[in-house]
Design a protein around this ligand. Structure first.
Ligand code: C2O
Ligand code: CU
Length: 552
């Protein structure tokens, strides 16, 4: 019996991966720029069905869900390799795909010794739904992947080893990384091969001094391989990358920010009856699920004490937007937007998060009832955009509040200074560029062009500042726009000042339909090429992406 089970398992795994590889080949074929224009007829209709406005109903997950059974897992922290008798555990750059040339300057970034890590990308099985094993693609066997913890001034090398049957490319979202280590869409890690990712964990210079206003905090890493980032991420390839520096450490040590620090990776998935993921390779509206996961478990429960908690919330969904609120209406403080801590703590009551956005928040449970839910109030049935406010909230997770109020709790309150901000001034702007995000023949374009990895779409000069205008004219679709390499400072949205929490540093800004956003950005760390794109990952795959090459 046991061996019979074993045999069936292997067969299932093979058939899943064969099925996947087959459609993946279709996806690739459709995506070749040359064929893209030539595709027609029924295939095209299927490929572009969002265009007609008659999106097919997605099959509901046929597995019964009992929420709040599983305990919220917290992804383990990736441990560095120890050196063997003083010599490094591996030679950086000896991997098949090498290492960034910037590694030659590693000494320049080092305040602390270089650390070495390995991450294996490999198939595994994961219980998102208790008792249901789902085949997944993972970093080190787990979903989300292990959390990488780093420090500003402490460069690390991560050897990513691809033991999957598809190409991958790993992007550290929200970090300042050299091009070779930035997950450029065609800087693949081929199946069976390795690439050394050099993360200097550095900050840009401001008047010749390190600009610690740029220290990153809540980043994430995820797949970015050309054409197939959507399925690669959906099948499990994402994890958190948390970074700290002296200022953040001192805010925690002096009990301004809470020591209780818990990541919450939100995403949605759809399942088939056999527990495999439902993912339509030819749907480029954006993959929207009907099952809600936090840290890889369906609607988990989590026990908290009567005190303040810091939650790093990541919207890790491919296409879903959330409107987050607590069930008892309690407010919270936002202390970080995307990768960066804010200048001061800001009170919030609800929070809209587009795909890829992060919010670093503080929730005070000291006076909470014994049960509080984190609710999503945003309804969304397809990749086009949210349907609007839900009539009923969906609880994403349950907090069980226990014990008495804790004494000497963290001191942060509305207005508490967190991290000083260095604004980019209008007088520094040297160039303005305009990018129109649109739709053409059922695929996604920027300035009417499909993504082309060998074409350079903008060449900002190192150490200059630019104004970029993002326009969304795509007729009713929403697009969250992410730029690699540097933070940007949103100046205006439709001519109005952005909300306070979005008026400092961001790396992803949502463009609702008919929206125009103006951002300032300074190119100070590394030379290109780098990508920018819509972070509805299916839109990104169907070519809503461009390249900028930072030049000297
Ligand atoms: Cu999070 Cu270019 O992506
Ligand atoms: Cu989009």
């Amino acid at each position: 019996m046991a061996s019979g089970n074993g045999v069936r398992r292997v067969e299932l795994e093979q058939s899943v991966s064969e099925k996947f590889l087959g459609v993946q080949a279709d996806r690739r074929k459709f995506f070749g720029s040359a064929t893209l224009a030539a595709v027609s007829g029924a295939a095209w209709a299927k490929f572009a069905y969002g265009q007609a406005g008659n999106e097919p109903e997605l099959p509901p997950t046929p597995i019964p869900i009992r929420p709040f059974q599983a305990v919220l897992p917290v992804p383990p922290v990736l441990q560095p390799l120890t050196s063997r008798n003083g010599s490094p555990p591996f030679e950086p750059g000896s991997a098949f795909h090498g290492i960034a040339p910037e590694f030659a300057d590693v000494a320049k970034y080092t305040q602390y010794p270089l650390k070495y890590y390995t991450v294996d990308m490999r198939p595994s099985r994961h219980e998102f739904i208790p008792g249901v094993k789902t085949p997944v693609w993972t970093y080190n066997g787990i979903v989300p992947g292990p959390t990488i913890k780093a420090r500003i001034g402490e460069p690390i090398v991560v050897r990513f080893r691809n033991r999957l049957s598809v190409e991958t490319s790993i992007h550290l979202h929200g970090g300042h990384s050299p091009s070779h280590a930035d997950g450029y869409p065609t800087y693949f890690v081929e199946p069976g091969k390795d690439r050394d990712y050099f993360y200097p964990n550095t900050v840009p210079l401001h008047h010749g001094k390190p600009d610690y206003s740029e220290s990153v905090s809540t980043c994430w890493y995820h797949d970015h391989a050309m054409d197939i980032a959507g399925p690669n991420v959906f099948f499990g390839l994402s994890g958190l990358f948390l970074c700290t520096d002296r200022l953040e450490d001192s805010l925690i040590a002096s009990n301004v920010l809470p020591k209780m620090d818990v990541p919450l990776v939100l995403c949605d998935r759809r399942f088939n009856a056999d527990g495999t993921f439902y993912y339509d390779m030819l749907d480029h509206d954006g993959a929207v699920g009907d099952i809600y996961l936090v840290n890889g478990k369906v609607q988990p429960k989590f026990q908290v004490q009567r005190r303040k908690y810091r939650f790093r919330i990541l919207n890790g969904s491919n296409a879903r937007y959330y409107d987050l609120r607590f069930s008892d209406g309690r407010g919270f403080l936002q202390v970080g937007n995307d990768s960066w801590l804010l200048p001061f703590a800001m009170p919030r009551e609800s929070m809209m998060l587009s795909p890829a956005k992060r919010a670093d928040i503080i929730v005070d449970f000291s006076d909470a009832p014994s049960v509080v839910y984190l609710n999503n109030w945003m309804a969304q049935s397809g990749g086009r955009k949210p349907d609007g406010a839900a009539t009923q909230p969906t609880p994403l997770m349950k907090f069980e509040v226990v014990g008495n109020r804790v004494r000497n709790d963290a001191k942060v309150e509305a207005g508490t200074p967190i991290r000083p901000h260095t604004p980019i001034l209008a007088s520094e702007i040297q160039t303005t560029r305009v990018f129109d995000f649109g739709r053409s023949n059922g695929s996604w374009v920027i300035n009417n062009q499909l993504y082309e990895p060998t074409r350079v779409d903008a060449t900002p000069k190192l150490n200059t500042a630019e104004r970029w205008i993002f326009n969304n004219n795509s007729g009713g679709w929403w697009h969250p726009i992410h730029v690699h390499l540097e933070s940007y400072q949103v100046q205006s949205i439709n001519g109005q000042r952005p909300p306070l929490w979005e008026s400092f540093k961001s790396d992803t800004v949502n463009l609702a339909d008919g929206t125009s956003a103006e951002i300032f950005m300074k190119f100070r760390t590394f030379k290109g090429p780098f990508a920018f794109h819509c972070h509805n990952v299916e839109h990104e795959d169907l070519r809503m992406m461009m390249n900028f090459n930072v030049v000297e």
